[in-house]
Design a protein around this ligand. Sequence first.
Ligand code: ADP
Ligand code: MG
Length: 362
Amino acid sequence: MVRIKLEKVNKIFNPDVHVLKDIDLEIKDKEFIVLVGPSGCGKSTCLNIIAGLEYVTDGRVLFDDVDVTYVPPKERKIAMVFQSYALYPHMNVRENMGFALKLSKMNKKEIKKRVEAAAHLLEISTLLDRKPKELSGGQRQRVALGRSIVRNPTVFLFDEPLSNLDAKLRIQTRGEIIKLHRKLQITQVYVTHDQVEAMSMADRIAILFDGVFQQIGTPSEVYNKPTNKFVAGFIGSPTMNFWDAKLSNDKIKFGKQEYPIPNDLLIKLKSKGMGDVILGIRPEHIIITPDHHSQSYEVEITVIEFLGAETIVTFEFSDKISGMISTPGFYDAKMGDKAYISFPSEKIHIFDKNTEINLIHY
Ligand SMILES: Nc1ncnc2c1ncn2[C@@H]1O[C@H](COP(=O)(O)OP(=O)(O)O)[C@@H](O)[C@H]1O
Ligand SMILES: [Mg+2]
């Protein structure tokens, strides 16, 4: 129904806060795209530009190839859901959901039909006569969604809608928003600073930092083939281990350690020049055992955290370079114990020290 395109969009706030720098973004029809990035990177600004609540300093916004750059929000057929969902306390759920339609002078029968259809979709049909104070936080958030759905939007915009909910409810509501997208089949743009939320919900993730999209791709692309060190460190928890390293001949040297590079990788790296790099490996891709195994490094365990489904082990090589491992289940060891670690070459990432670009994948 709606394809959204941002073309060379710039946003500069006075005096010279350059928040968005020449960004391009194409959102497919019916796509669920998540804009993610650290706080203050410009996610809300970007969403507000799509909504028409904020205008670009330079560039264009297109809805289905129609230039809407300066079209006011009311004419864009969008619905927006925010973190705070401000329902009218004196109105019941039915009145809250139908209020905007009533203001637009829609007839009562049509309002009733739309409110009931939306309530059915959100599984809140039994709550229609309740007042907001008689609802839980999650139910209120669903009423806020319903209030938007009744307007039959063609685009749904979300700005951190789950930040006010507790952890358990956040996971539940996350699932509901995914289901809602499947049922409504409309384009959804969702903003969050939480990479787990982004990974779990998105068809594609757009990672914003430093005024530009660092990478736009599916959850599996951004996890497995991060374009640069920023994306690699932002996606995944615990965060990827990064070690300063040097490429020399057929090895990567980091501290006192050496890691042999397989031939195919070596050819690729050589074509890009050799020198100072950063070696990256995710904690879940490191294998740890109490005994020496082939190509393993001896390390000392400095912290051990059992979380139930996994154990997080912090370790130090003999030269005091440290790292983290996430290993499934319970890892039986104490602080100060020796252990042996290794990691497969298919899982390593090598970043250029200066540009921080991922030399293996890009
Ligand atoms: N109306 C405004 N005037 C001046 N600066 C603003 C305005 N809105 C946002 N900013 C600045 O732009 C940057 C990005 O803000 P925002 O888009 O809200 O980030 P995010 O949603 O990613 O946290 C921040 O540095 C913020 O202070
Ligand atoms: Mg924001």
